[in-house]
Design a protein around this ligand. Structure first.
Ligand code: DGJ
Length: 373
């Protein structure tokens, strides 16, 4: 009798163990599946024009690389950008747009799934350091120098405490350099191209087919006027030269993105309205220093007058193929800058030399192969 009781007890324990094992495996599968669903994708999801879609990395965390760009190296894409802070940290909403981290990097083989690689240029806690946090390294851009084999980073430098201004140190061009895209980048310093009377605002970099590189920036004069300018860089890309031009037609424009296609230089810009979206405008030229002429609004349909509630950041080619150009835009979230969302769209080059990027809520790479209308 006792023996039988023990046997029943053993069976009951065995059943219980089996059941918990089954339940826990179910739970594990469920968790893994959820996590997998969050980070593994094969589609670009932009969402509706009023939506903030979350793009997450291999850890399941929000990709925190704002207003940066993509650079391809040895078959791997690297996405870098400014790490923003989670919430607005004072009454001044723009404060949330400052960084206490620096420039972050992610890598991907397929452009859809991103692995966090870490911080490649860090801010500092040292009060004497020019990268003392909080500060801004706005619109960071990285180019590779084939001659020096260095990666060169330029950005809109706004020193501690990260408030935009007109004085030197509050609106300059910051420069850093590294041997590897994964860093660490060494900070070289900040300066004002052309001369000190023009504050540096939004900016980008462009490397031409002859390997010469250019810094394109919104220059604000002491009299308040502002206009996009372009300045040629030295051969090592570390300094600006005295070869520059004012893009007269791009008066009061910012968020510059340069794309070259079939010998034409296109310049995508936004109007100047803080973080509020406005209509994008494209210019084109046959030589980088100009003459530039207006092409028009690259957006179509719903939200075209506000760039689909975004602002341009950068453009890159898929595997170096100019007919597969993607423009990176950002939908700013002033309530929580870390939750600005990324919007990537394929660029259409039309036969009459226009550049367009119609909105897509979601899309796949294989839909962009040839882009002529
Ligand atoms: C819009 C610019 O494009 C951003 O880079 C940023 O500087 C904000 N304005 C600040 O208002």
């Amino acid at each position: 009798m006792i023996h039988l009781q023990n046997e029943n007890l053993l069976i009951a324990i065995f059943r219980y163990l089996l059941k918990s094992l089954f339940l826990s495996s179910l739970l594990t599968t469920h968790c893994v599946a959820r996590n997998f669903e969050k980070v593994d994708t094969s589609i670009f999801k932009n969402g509706g024009i009023n939506e903030f879609v979350e793009w997450r990395d291999n850890r399941g965390e929000l990709i925190n690389a704002h207003d940066g760009g993509i650079i391809e190296s040895n078959g791997t894409y690297y996405w870098y950008g400014l790490a923003l802070r989670p919430l607005k940290v004072s009454k001044d909403e723009n404060n949330g747009a400052a960084t206490t981290t620096g420039i972050t990097l992610y890598s991907s083989k397929n452009l859809y799934n991103w692995k966090y690689e870490g911080v490649i240029l860090s801010t500092s806690t040292d009060t004497a350091n020019p990268l003392r946090a909080p500060m801004r390294m706005e619109r960071p851009k990285i180019i590779y120098n084939e001659k020096t084999h260095k990666y060169v980073l330029w950005f809109h430098y706004v020193g501690y405490p990260g408030k935009h201004g007109e004085a030197i140190g509050t609106a300059d061009a910051g420069v850093a350099v590294a041997d590897k895209i994964t860093g660490p980048f060494t900070y070289i310093g900040h300066h004002r191209p052309i001369n000190d009377s023009g504050a540096v605002k939004d900016c980008t970099l462009f490397v031409d087919t002859d390997a010469s590189a250019y810094f394109i920036f919104d220059r604000k004069e002491t009299n308040g006027s502002r206009c996009l300018h372009i300045v040629k860089l030295t051969d090592d890309y570390l300094h600006s030269t005295n070869k520059w031009s004012k893009i007269e037609v791009a008066n009061r424009r910012e968020a510059p993105v340069v794309i070259k296609h079939e010998g034409i230089y296109y310049l995508v810009t936004s109007d100047v309205s803080g973080w509020k979206s406005n209509a994008a405008k494209v210019y084109k030229a046959t030589t980088i220093m100009g003459q530039w002429e207006i092409v028009g609004n690259p957006c179509e349909g719903e939200g075209a007058e506000a760039t689909y509630n975004t602002q341009g950041t950068n453009a890159f080619c898929v595997h170096g193929d100019k007919n597969q150009t993607i423009i990176m835009l950002e939908r700013h979230n002033t309530e929580n800058f870390m939750r600005c969302s990324y919007v990537w769209l394929p660029v259409v080059f039309t036969a009459n030399k226009q550049l367009l990027f119609p909105y897509k809520k979601e899309w796949e790479l294989n839909s962009i192969v040839t882009q002529k209308k």
